[in-house]
Design a protein around this ligand. Sequence first.
Ligand code: SF4
Length: 726
Amino acid sequence: PIVIPEKKVAEWKYTTCNYCSTGCSIEIGLDDTGKLVTSRGHAGADVNRGKLCIKGLLEHELFESPGRGTQPLMRDKFHEEFKPTDWDTAMDTTATKIKEIQDKYGRDSFAVVSTGQLLTEEFYTLGKLVRGQIGTNNYDGNTTLCMASAVSGYKRSFGADGAPGCYGDFEHTDCLMAFGSNLPEQHPIIYWRLKEAKEKRNFPLIVVDPRVTMLAQFADIHLPITPGTDCVLINSMLHVMFKEGLEDRAYLEAHCNNLEELEALVTQDKWAPEHAQKECGIDEDRIRTVARLYAKAGTAMSIWTMGINQSTHGSDGVANINNLNLCTGNIGKPGGTSLSITGQCNAMGTREWSSCSGLPGYRALENENDRDTIADFWKIDPEFFPKQRGLCQTDIFPAIETGEIKGLWLVATNPMTSMPNTPRIRKAMEKLEFLVVQDCYEDVETNQYSHVYFPASVWAEKEGCHTNTERRVNLIRNAMPAYADSKPDFWIFKEMAKRFTERNDIHFPETPEGAFEEMKELSKLPGNYGQQRNLDISGMSYDKIEAARGIQWPYREVDAEGNSTNGSKLKGQHDLKGDPRLYSDAIFPTPNGKANLILVDFVNNNEQPCDEYPFWLNSGRVVEHFHTRTRTGKIGNCNKFSPTPYMEMNPDAAEELGIKHQEYVRLTSRRGDAVVMVQLTQRVARNAVFIPFHFHDCVNRLTLGLLDPYSRQPAFKQCSARIEKI
Ligand code: SF4
């Protein structure tokens, strides 16, 4: 018999997983010396109901893994050896260098890029420092590689960011359509929720994906779409709906702008299934079938991930999914919704509170009222804020190439592996006059180019909140002291703020909980069009969040007092009042309170396979790894199950080229090349290959940096390549 060694747990501490955006509640076990020895899913948590995936189960192994930063490091030139230093010296030097660069080249010549991995209070504090004191407008998060298209699509359709739906919708829906989302590998616990709901109610599951993913294998209908043509499929579905009178006209007329214009567009002949099939690669009868199925389902919902977002048509794709749901009356009702499945654990928190794309609490730099609100709250002059958004991450690196940006502060993000076309990123890094890297791991690839390194604490060495995919704010309790001389990111930001008081002497709370209380006050302040703000967390507190194992916003003071704003008490909020869905009142944060139908007239500008580069190159995830493996690359079992990159290739295509299973080949695109091992599988079509994106110096040496015009998100998933034997 297998004997599992007993782990002597003296105390369990509550926390939330720090990998993906599912937002699983975890209990981590400490032994009597205070060492973390195990992790388990919290049985009482509505999100994961006691379950965890491999990453969550092994999360306690992070703390003493190799490569952890132990002390601040500095050097004059990036090719010199680092010298250890103390925090005051590292921070003083950094503040002085930032000011020198800004004095010499202008405020915007210094850029800051953060991440969806920080805790919400850290985002808010960093945003206050960057927007209110450092004063650069070139501030972004790596959300631009991940969820920026969802943000942009939501804003265009509904007037504000924020996913309207929740996981509880799986238990009410009559039809679910998944676009470019492979839940079993990306978000295993959301997949488990979906699978349980489908097994109970057997609703049809339609999966749109060029690859036969694990989710596609579970689907009732798999639509193997031509990469980057989701908007064609959706327009064609809308064509069928309007032509056959299947649209929800009462909902559209009462609650949507642009109905006439959208109807005129999608009923054009070019969107008829018999024409659309040529562009999107889905048979015309299949298009009619899914359009009728979705429109007649009763309630229907759509989920999506990077297959939609990482595209030159990402924002249009999201807006068009919203069109689909508005046209069928499927917004804001149980089982009828749009639900973007977010990437990083706190990508939602960065969107809500970081100020990357504007000002905290979904406020915009372009809006005078929003600038005045925040300036008044922070007690600074509103003229200190720029009047429009600066550069996104994907525009910051080209600006380094041109010399417009001279200095950069990277917080827990690793563009040397995560950005498209990494050979170009490497050259840009070499040009920087000053680079600060703040990360838990000093061996992160990007640190090769830094002048100062700040060692940050990991996850349960600090305290604060995350917001998950379904707008659930959950808590990370401080379970153990910071490793060596690393510091919580919150501490680093608030201490750095003390070095910029001559610009604006803003008050910074001393603790994360103090910052959370400040954010609660800010969330109560009114919105722009007279409606109640949805992003209202004023009824929450750390203790309430822990007791409920997460609370979804909006959660207002009135909800906390037991007086629900709409009298509802829905599954998914435990015994708390408040509505876990947005727009159930069909009031949208737009000037006239209606949702906007967005006109998407698709022009195909994807890089296409050709004679020289005949294969579609697609990238994605495996369940064992998270992002650039900064952490999971250090965890024994994650590496044992997924040790190296590989390329999925269709056996027929391999036979034609004389390539065998597990042979190494050279894959080349217009950007660069990589040597990779072949795995033969029918998962990919004859003219397509797939490589997991987690590994350094692999697929992102080849990917394309062409950007979506609204979100500035790159088209990681639509580029072409050729294969050569070596
Ligand atoms: Fe963590 Fe996501 Fe796995 Fe849950 S599904 S344990 S949040 S990585």
